[in-house]
Design a protein around this ligand. Sequence first.
Ligand SMILES: C[S@@+](CC[C@H](N)C(=O)[O-])C[C@H]1O[C@@H](n2cnc3c(N)ncnc32)[C@H](O)[C@@H]1O
Length: 655
Amino acid sequence: MSLYHETAAILTAAGPNATHGGSLKSRIFKDKSLKSPPAQVYALALETSKWSAILKEVVEASDLLKHERKLTPALSLLLVHDLLLSKSGIALPATHGLRVSIERHKARLNSEFVRARIRRKCATLDALRTQVEIEARGGCPVHPRWIRVNTLKSTVEEQLATTFKGWEVVESVAEVIKAADAFDGQGKKGKKVIHIDGHIPNLIAACPGVADFTKTEAYKSGKIILQDKASCFPAYLLDPRPERDGDVMDTCAAPGNKTTHLAAIVHSRGTTTIFAFEKDPHRAKTLQKMVKTAGSDTFTVVNAGKDFLKVNPSDAKYRNVGALLLDPSCSGSGIVGRDDAPTLHLPSAPSSSSSSSSTINTKANPKGKQNNNKRKSPPTTTTTETQEPPAKVLIDDDGVAIPVSSQADLEARIASLASFQLTLLQHAMSFPAAKRITYSTCSIHAGENENVVLRALASDVAKRRGWRVLKRQEQVEGMRRWDVRGEAEAMTLEEGEVRDAVIRAYYRDDGRGVMGFFVAGFVRDGTIDDPVYLDDGVEQQQEGEEEEQEDPEGPFVRDEQGQIVRDENGIPTLKSTGKKAVDLKELEGDEESSVEYRIEGQEEEDEEEPYQRDGKGNIVRDDEGLPVLKEGRSDESEEEEEGGEDGDEWGGFDD
Ligand SMILES: C[S@@+](CC[C@H](N)C(=O)[O-])C[C@H]1O[C@@H](n2cnc3c(N)ncnc32)[C@H](O)[C@@H]1O
């Protein structure tokens, strides 16, 4: 099968993967039966789809399908696209039947193409290209290519001199976005411009579509990582500092963008261990690979296939975990770039009436807007004016497709995700040494974001352990300056501080160039409910805890009237032991401030009680009024013997 037949089959969903969902890109790259290079199939399918509204006019006006009965509508679009718009023309031998069937109509096709351009009021082909690009996005903003320089292996300076050699550095993300729609006069789209981000350190925004960074040495060796700006917020906001926070945990880690970002941050600040958990064994392999490529495998422990919820916070291994990053599975409603192909407009076949020409929905979200979880069916469904609209599906960020047939379905799905997210967050809050947590999603729904934060703050574990939101003024500098904050509708006026503390990002035409995202930070002072753990992970009472649990009525047994019960010598009985206590201060008359006592029957320490006492407990004194030592010596001799500076103390003892 030729490139054109295979691409036509994919576009019209007649290929072997017709029943599989997912984006156009993933359907092509997962199709193992393809003979042509997937990248070539994808580029042809995508570009032809973008141009299909114009190409359809050209094919119909030139009566191509009437004259060439063997051509299908999809094949005609693909071949005419390459004839008119590809620099190298149709990628078939000159004598190939398909190529011949198109090229014999070259003059007519060219003149119809010029007419179509003029109808669109475009003076040049480049102007038409720009118009097509904008239309193909369906009003969607351009998304820059965000590149994080991995400081474990490189620096921004080094990347400017190598990967971005010859690129112009511009002042704003908006300029990078603007450059994306520019053409160079030879059909090449975009300009080599970059911007060094002002919020996240070591982050670069590059004009999309100009270069394939995955082919660069820097990408392959882990010097650069392709990561959206908003996805860099959690590790940056967590701001882990080994000296203050000890070890770090990434609880839901694959593919590892945030784990490796954490690694780069902590490495520059000291020595620490990063514990990364990933429940899905397959995704965990990607995580392991990414951690190794990024050069953080020496201090990152990847727990592959391990469920974070099953991790025992009391495990001694985690006794020093002071900072946790929680980026759980979510609805993925903020993700951009999945709906990667515009609608395909097919020319009408000669036998069909002009009103029944079909369009093929090649993407899940035809408007190309942020996934509002009201996605249309996977892009395998052909829609025509006479067909029923397809059922909706919600594809979460783990790639799971969930049918959503009503608003109630959507709400139920969000509620179930939110309950799972809240459980994870509360589990993170229970780690003994934890003092900082970030919680993030790539969802735009308040149910998974602000609401989870408010519910977590109201939970028992948060109250018991003193967790609160990390206020805006306490946040790391770049996040403090980020001015898109929590959704007002999701919070009451009293929750205003939380609203200003949480961070949002939207996929919008606002010059920021980010995906839909949410992140919140939590902190606690760590003075309450901090158990101490033995090496085997068994919880132990903290030193001094017993004294803290003071009995408001004091340590002595009291009678019904509340009076301390004493024996004939005035000695009270201890509640804790049931034995008599001799309280030295009490014997001196200060009944209620009794703190120093000895227990009857216990060995008395001579150093504390060196003097002889009479039957009533009074100190025995000699003629000069000096207390008599138990050995029958006077206090003076003790002073001499000790020869210590403290002798005055003894000398000053006055009963
Ligand atoms: C949103 S993705 C994480 C993306 C990742 N933080 C990054 O930036 O590259 C969520 C991940 O959490 C994993 N996951 C979900 N529940 C989990 C659990 N209970 N324990 C560990 N991993 C979990 C999913 O398999 C998925 O790979």
